[in-house]
Ligand binder design. Structure first.
Ligand code: F6R
Length: 588
């Protein structure tokens, strides 16, 4: 939800923030803006819309050694140039970009107005430069005024601020991601690593309430501890190539295609970690999976897989519903949170509730150094590499694979689980091949004008139906709904009319039952698309996905990801940046 970037160093800062912001656009793409310090002036530029491929020259930004940028996903105030970041103080000296929400902005705005400060936008952000300005007027220097301001700002935020007369950046983190890239005599600060991965893999992950002052050096002051702190430099094992589209038109398809590699990485995961986490699971009493969106369907897969392979019952709860169940937690409970970004506010809230109740916490996340990683007791990294498309694809299958390995380890058969995964990896090359992509494209042509698509599956295929539904909905804007096959006759079947597309996920395990459901759909006029190992006369079209038992969830979702992509393309939708969505949902 909003992406921020800043640079200070010998390169052209304008170039770096413009190009870096393009890598953060997945976080929000309503509008974008920059502030460039071209001593003695500050050039501010704001535009409504996506940044697209615009260059620094086209934008007319000056050469500089210090600049900040912002891409917005509107929360407070409509999408207008006035509401676009950066926001400035009344004396036009303090300039701020911000990701997150200032919860007490109305009260703070009233206070600042009573002190003679006037406001030009409807954003919560504008109170930040004006609060800093207020404290500077009371005699504090810029950095001290930033520190004092934080005492008056409630909510979650990452902020980068600069002062017109000072060659430095101030970066502040409170419950919203902010990472510093450390180069040779230069620093980057951004919401996420891909923004500066071209230049450095050395990063400092700021902690809660850290305030970093960055000029030729960096010093970090922690406002909770009220003292300066040392923050270590971590080496990121991502590479710049992973954050580029390469030969693909969109990150979506690139990331779908990458899944053979990302899953291979999971198959070769450090066994010690899997064993340690399985050990925690074994000794816990009362275990919950929590997550939102796509990651929640990975949790559902986990529930089925743990039941089937490890013969263990795990509770699953959407992270935002978790407060209703937290009274079940005690110091023997375990909460396992799944999140691609590691920054989803609802998921973090669930983890915090677990910790408050004395429960153990484990996370499975794709984002090294994320809040979730730092706040949970143990983390398994999903190893999917940067996921830039707003829709989650490769991180999802990595989560499925990790849960599958854990289930096998709990059953004392980790080697078998790893073998199974390696076999799947070979098959995924076929599933993501051009041949499959073309075949699915033909199916998409038949579905492109559909108003509704229904998807059903049983057992492990049920979470797959739900995840496939989400992919279709969010990127093609076709209404889709997923159901457990057995649920049809309890109401849903009333929706089926002549020609209604129905996607049916099958497996040899429950073939008879799910084919009966497909027949029920067909009898009401449904157009049946089968996805699974065997063809059947009830199918109008069949997408062959060979039987992979517990790994069916991994294999069967891939043609559905491709279908969602093809539908988006045929319907003229942007597959990387669907309307109204942001990748990292850092607000509750
Ligand atoms: C769907 C999608 C979202 C996320 C959800 C949770 O394609 O990406 O549904 O899965 O917002 O995000 P994370 O996994 O970052 O916690």
């Amino acid at each position: 939800m909003c992406g921020i970037i800043g640079y200070i160093g010998p390169r052209n800062a304008s170039e770096i923030v413009v190009e870096g912001l393009k890598k953060l656009e997945y976080r929000g793409y309503d509008s974008f803006g920059f502030a460039v310090r071209a001593n003695p002036d500050i050039k501010i530029l704001k535009r409504v819309g996506k940044i697209g491929s615009v260059t620094v020259q086209e934008l007319g930004l000056p050469n500089s050694n210090l600049a900040i940028g912002h891409t917005r996903w509107a929360t407070h105030g409509s999408v207008t140039e006035i509401n676009t970041h950066p926001h400035i103080s009344q004396d036009e000296k303090i300039i701020v970009v911000h990701n997150g929400i200032i919860e007490n902005f109305q009260a703070q705005k009233k206070f600042l107005e009573s002190q003679g400060l006037a406001f030009y936008s409807q954003t919560d952000t504008e109170i930040i430069p004006k609060t800093i300005e207020y404290h500077m007027k009371r005699g504090y220097d810029f950095v001290e005024a930033c520190k004092h301001s934080l005492k008056h700002l409630e909510g979650q935020y990452a902020i980068v601020a600069l002062h017109k007369d000072e060659n430095k950046l101030v970066a502040i983190r409170k419950e919203a991601p902010l990472v510093i890239g450390v180069g040779e005599g230069e620093f980057f600060v951004a919401s996420d690593v891909p923004a500066f991965l071209e230049y450095t893999k050395k990063v400092i992950f700021l902690d809660e309430m850290d305030l970093a002052v960055i000029d030729k050096n960096i010093s970090v002051f922690n406002l909770t501890k009220n003292s300066f702190v040392d923050r270590t430099i971590t080496n990121i094992d991502w590479n710049a190539e992973q954050a580029r589209k390469g030969e693909f038109d969109h990150f979506f398809m690139k990331e779908v295609y990458e899944q053979a590699n990302t899953l291979e990485r999971v198959a070769n995961i450090d066994e010690t970690l899997i064993k340690e986490v399985a050990g925690e699971i074994r000794k816990s009493e009362g275990i919950f999976f929590v997550a939102c969106g796509t990651a929640s369907y990975a949790c559902m897969h986990g529930v089925y897989t743990f039941a089937k392979i490890a013969k263990m019952h795990i509770n699953f709860c959407l992270a935002h519903e978790f407060p209703n169940f937290k009274h079940f937690l005690n110091n023997k409970s375990l909460v396992i949170a799944l999140s691609q970004s590691g920054e989803t506010a609802d998921t973090l809230t669930a983890i915090r509730a677990a910790k408050a109740a004395g429960a153990k916490t484990i996370s499975i996340t794709n984002a090294m150094g994320s809040s979730l990683m730092r706040e949970s007791d143990k983390t398994i990294l999903a190893r999917a590499g940067p996921e830039i498309c707003v829709l989650s694809t490769k991180a999802y299958t990595s989560q499925l694979a990790i849960l599958t390995l854990l289930a096998y380890e709990l059953a004392g058969k980790l080697d078998e689980g790893k073998e199974k995964l390696k076999e799947v990896v070979r098959y995924i090359y076929y599933l993501t091949s051009e041949h499959t992509r073309k075949f699915i494209q033909e199916i998409a042509k038949n579905l492109r004008y559909a108003q509704h698509i229904y998807l059903i599956g049983r057992g492990l295929q049920y979470p797959t139906a739900l995840e496939a539904t989400l992919k279709i909905k969010e990127v093609s804007y076709i209404h889709a709904e997923g159901f457990a096959g057995g649920e049809l006759k309890h109401g849903v079947i009333a929706l089926i009319e002549h020609g209604t597309p129905c996607i049916v996920f099958t497996s040899t395990e429950n073939e008879k039952e799910i084919i009966s459901n497909a027949m029920e759909l067909k009898a009401r006029g449904g157009y049946i698309i089968g996805v699974g190992p065997n063809n059947n006369p009830v199918f109008d079209v069949w997408i062959k996905v060979r039987e992979s038992e517990e790994a069916n969830s991994i294999c069967q979702i891939i043609p559905m990801q491709i279908l969602a992509y093809q539908l988006a393309m045929l319907r003229g939708c942007d597959p990387d940046k669907p309307r109204n969505l942001a990748k990292s949902v850092t607000v509750k």
